[in-house]
Design a protein around this ligand. Structure first.
Ligand SMILES: CC(C)(COP(=O)(O)OP(=O)(O)OC[C@H]1O[C@@H](n2cnc3c(N)ncnc32)[C@H](O)[C@@H]1OP(=O)(O)O)[C@@H](O)C(=O)NCCC(=O)NCCS
Length: 132
């Protein structure tokens, strides 16, 4: 098993993983320039060619600060509880430091909050959403 950056051949498997892991609709067309966007980083855990987990960090440049947003952390059902999620998020934390993010934010369901707390995240405020 190894962690590496998302490659174009992984996209179908990653979209399938996110679709099966989240109730959201990931069947939108793939943003073709995604892999060239240095402010959107997706890491994958893979075993040979099989994707076991994926997670993304989006870098948001503000006027005086840099924010990291972690999104779409998912591990394939059969491989949960093996430390893969922790390794993926750990890798994104490392990248956020290299990218000089002042802080990282993420939204979590209540049932997963302990997973993030174990990695040092703290509950702060609450998130809101307006869907277009
Ligand atoms: C949440 C998720 C990413 C965790 O990945 P995982 O690979 O199973 O987690 P890990 O094995 O790396 O767990 C790391 C630690 O967190 C703990 N943990 C994991 N999920 C947990 C949960 N839901 N509640 C409490 N603790 C949890 C583990 O027991 C482990 O603890 P340890 O370090 O003391 O042994 C995975 O369950 C998943 O893909 N869920 C569906 C998608 C999802 O909900 N994603 C999160 C979006 S907010």
């Amino acid at each position: 098993m190894k962690i590496r950056l998302l490659e174009s051949n992984d996209i179908k498997q990653v979209v399938d993983l996110w679709t099966s892991s989240f109730s959201g609709n990931f069947n939108n067309p793939v943003y073709t320039n995604y892999l060239n966007d240095s402010n959107s980083i997706t890491v994958v855990m893979c075993d040979e060619k099989k994707i076991l987990g994926a997670a993304s960090l989006h870098i948001i440049k503000k006027l005086t600060r840099t924010l990291g947003l972690i999104e779409d952390v998912a591990v394939s059902n059969k491989f949960r509880g093996l430390g893969i999620g922790k390794k993926l998020v750990g890798k994104l934390i490392q990248i956020s430091k290299e990218k000089k993010c002042d802080k990282i934010v993420l939204s979590s369901s209540k049932k997963n909050s302990e997973f993030y707390e174990k990695m040092g995240f703290q509950k702060k405020e609450f998130s809101m959403v307006l869907r277009n």
